[in-house]
Design a protein around this ligand. Structure first.
Ligand SMILES: [Zn+2]
Length: 351
């Protein structure tokens, strides 16, 4: 099966808030160097050297109908439980797995981890999902959404929800099978404990909590069990809405609020510029500002305008517009142009 067919097949399962567009992790030159570095410094999985890992790769690829030649897997020496994927091009990727993780995971669990990393490649996630450095508000939201999509590919590759959840549990806790039972219901019920609903969004994590990921996988399994395609699509949509609510409740609220506030600030100065284009801050203008931004904002704008000359006000608006626009670009770099166009259009017909 071709890579394009595989991407097409899996697009139905992509979490709809995962909308990051394709992009490369670096220049082709840099990526060649990186690969060469991995060839020297880590072990490339193959049937003769690492038969068990090779079996997991082949089975994972088969389950999601991806050609084995699309991926090279490297095992690197580390006590951490880490895995990562790097797209070398649109057609080829590298998956890196730490020795500790390989050691901990059963064949099925390895299929999940490999499938999850292949998910990042298949969906062409351009945001850095394995590093939190330098991520903006929009990046945090996208990166969490990307994990939900990739987990689904992991589950398809692994074919067992129990093994998939156990793989996540092992990578989070570092515990081996010796310490883990088969019944995760206690753990999944942790979400019912209301203290787990506290807003954690200020921690700025790029990954959704394990609790949310595990619950999302269980629900996804129920959706897949539905045989009627229409009912399945409907259930998948309900599931996606539910995940979005849970993520919002615990993690995403802060980022969304910050983006919303940045948009609103730009909108205010765009509207004021438009309102004053006829030279007066009319009663109708003031009513609009009171409704849209609150009476305090409207009042302070009114006194600002009355205390300064027309030119001074115009210069002030331009300065504030620059400042708020810069801020919006910082929190929403990917959708900045699209959002600016929308705000400008809305400001033009605000009355
Ligand atoms: Zn991931």
């Amino acid at each position: 099966m071709s890579l394009r067919a595989c991407r097409n097949d899996l697009s139905d399962y992509r979490y709809p808030h995962d909308i990051s567009k394709g992009g490369s992790a670096g220049s082709p030159e840099l990526l060649r160097h990186l690969r060469s570095f991995y060839l020297h410094e880590s072990l490339k999985a193959s049937p003769s050297i690492t038969p068990r890992v090779e079996k997991a790769i082949q089975e994972a690829c088969q389950s999601i109908k991806l050609g084995r030649e699309c991926v090279e897997v490297f095992i690197f020496n580390s006590d951490q439980t880490n895995a990562q994927s790097i797209a070398l091009s649109k057609e080829k990727c590298i998956v890196r797995i730490s020795s500790r993780l390989v050691d901990l995971l059963s064949l099925e669990e390895l299929r999940f981890v490999i499938g999850h990393e292949l998910g990042h490649f298949i969906y062409e996630h351009s945001i850095k999902t394995d590093s939190e450095e330098g991520l903006d508000e929009e990046g945090f939201l996208l990166s969490k959404a990307a994990e939900i999509s990739s987990d689904r590919v992991g589950l398809l590759a692994c074919r067992s929800t129990l093994e998939a959840i156990r793989a996540i549990l092992k990578s989070i806790s570092g515990l081996s099978s010796r310490h883990l039972g088969d019944d995760f219901s206690d753990f999944l019920d942790q979400f019912k404990d209301h203290s787990s609903h506290y807003d954690l969004s200020s921690f700025f994590t790029s990954h959704p909590s394990f609790l949310i990921r595990a619950r999302a996988l269980l629900w996804f399994d129920l959706v897949r069990a539905e045989t009627d395609p229409h009912r399945q699509a409907k259930k998948l949509q309900e599931l996606n809405d539910r995940i979005r609510k849970e993520m919002d409740l615990v993690f995403d609220r802060h980022s969304r609020k910050k983006i919303h506030k940045a948009e609103k600030n730009v909108f205010l100065w765009l509207c004021l510029k438009k309102a004053l284009s006829d030279g007066v801050f009319s009663k109708a203008d003031q009513r609009f500002f009171t409704e849209e931004f609150g009476p305090e904002v409207s009042e302070s704008l009114k006194s600002l305008i009355s205390q300064q000359s027309h030119d001074e006000v115009a210069a002030f608006i331009e300065k504030e517009l620059d400042r708020t626009t810069d801020n919006l670009r910082k929190v929403l770099p990917r959708k900045f142009d699209e959002t600016m166009n929308r705000l400008k259009a809305e400001a033009l017909n605000f009355q």
